[in-house]
Design a protein around this ligand. Sequence first.
Ligand code: XUL
Length: 526
Amino acid sequence: MAKLFLGLDSSTQSLSAVVIDLDSQKVVYEKSVNFDKELPQFKTQNGVLPNRDPLVKHGNPLLWAAALDLLFAQMKKDKVALGKILAISGSGQQHGSVYLNDRAEAVLAGLNPKKPLVENLDGIFSRKTSPIWMDSSTAKECEEIRKKLGGVKYTASRTGSDTFERFTGPQVRKFFKTEKSAYERTAHVALVSSFMASLLAGKIMPIDFGDGAGTNLMDIRKKNWNHEAVKATAPGLMPKLPPLTDAGKVVGKVSSYFVEKFGLNPEALATVWTGDNPASVVGLGLVKAGQFAISLGTSDTFFGTMQNCQTDEMGEGHVFGSPAGGYMTLICFKNGSLARENIRGHYRIADWKKFGELVRQTPPGNNGAVLLPWFDAEIVPRVNQPGIHRVDLDEKDVAANCRAIFEAQAMSMRLHSQWMGVTPEKILATGGAASDPQLLQIIADVMECSVERIEVSKSAALGAALIAAHGFLAAAGKNPKWEKIIAGYCRPVAKSEIKPDRKNSRIYASLLDKYAGCEADVLDAD
Ligand code: XUL
């Protein structure tokens, strides 16, 4: 009999499902519900509610609930063997928070399958909308919490990250300051992940160590709520926070709502969800300490796993719990494809093939030319004033500028990941720009390790399905091994490995000092 597990991913713009069969080690089904297109009545733009303040970005928890109904209806229509699903887990866009009142517990326990979820949930929210990760309206609250905790270094070493505008703690503080009575009516603060998990389980769910670390409220080493951070955030917050535990932990059976309405297996186990990044780490197969990946998308993210907790004194990077045990690190460079495309557009280069040819016209190390490509405000390093800075680089030299953008991005990755204290053996590359061999070669040379391409569709939902399988086997006392669970799902693209060229690596090692110096000069002058 097939061993089916369902993974869901509640992201900014869509809710996705991946069903895996653990016996055949195959993905047997995948589907997404797009919020704007399929649920237009909620009037979102790219999943976000319109707001006059460009810094405020909220989502609607009722929209996410409606999407869950729609996705299950779609799975039933597509004849997914819902009656055979053994366990479900999921992931949510990180940091987003949902505010529930004291009616929520009873309502969740008695969900009525004759009514849609949206109707069932009427009156359980103490705040109608949910701040999400794109919100950057809490600079003041970040400053206040950071100050109370004793500065950047202390905040990062306690909670895994410096305070960030999108993190849950600063968002909760803003809610407390601006809507005091609604804050007081809040009985439970949930994350997107734990809220969605609560709908499936029919009870208030714990938060996992991965998503918990995205709140600035969790002690990253002790893995419990940090009293100082909770106190610095808002009064009376501790009792509103659910317990913290492992992703994939079984909490009971799924709510009868999904059994009666969609024919889900009444014995299917409901498990704790996690954040989309921790789930993606599993979905890409990074289950052993020291495994790393880069996602080359709109922004570039460099992330991986580590055994011991190492935090960033500069407060640029993040440490979250990894669902496979230990920790994961993440640094996000906002000027990823954005910067690459800007250079291409600026020099009117027809396509990426031509761009690659131009890169090849100049030698590795670019004769000492350095570019700091902050087309937009940058997260790593923190740059508030966008600006393009050229050192020993002539703006008119097209080929040198093409090489300079690739080299700058690789060197920034090397420089700003040093705090992690790990030397990756190999880096898996995903995302649109991972198909550019020239870029991957430069990353391999600068990082001094092989780079291999991986193409996994819906890596967070796949990771969630694998987490569900792990949780199911662990609950059955089977002592599951992560390597065995992920085998077959997350294979790199055959023959895509790019090895570092030792001669080039030596050139980059000395250029890195110059790059770091240029960066420091510009940041000091800021
Ligand atoms: C991570 C972050 C984003 C969201 C996207 O810190 O804010 O990657 O998790 O959903």
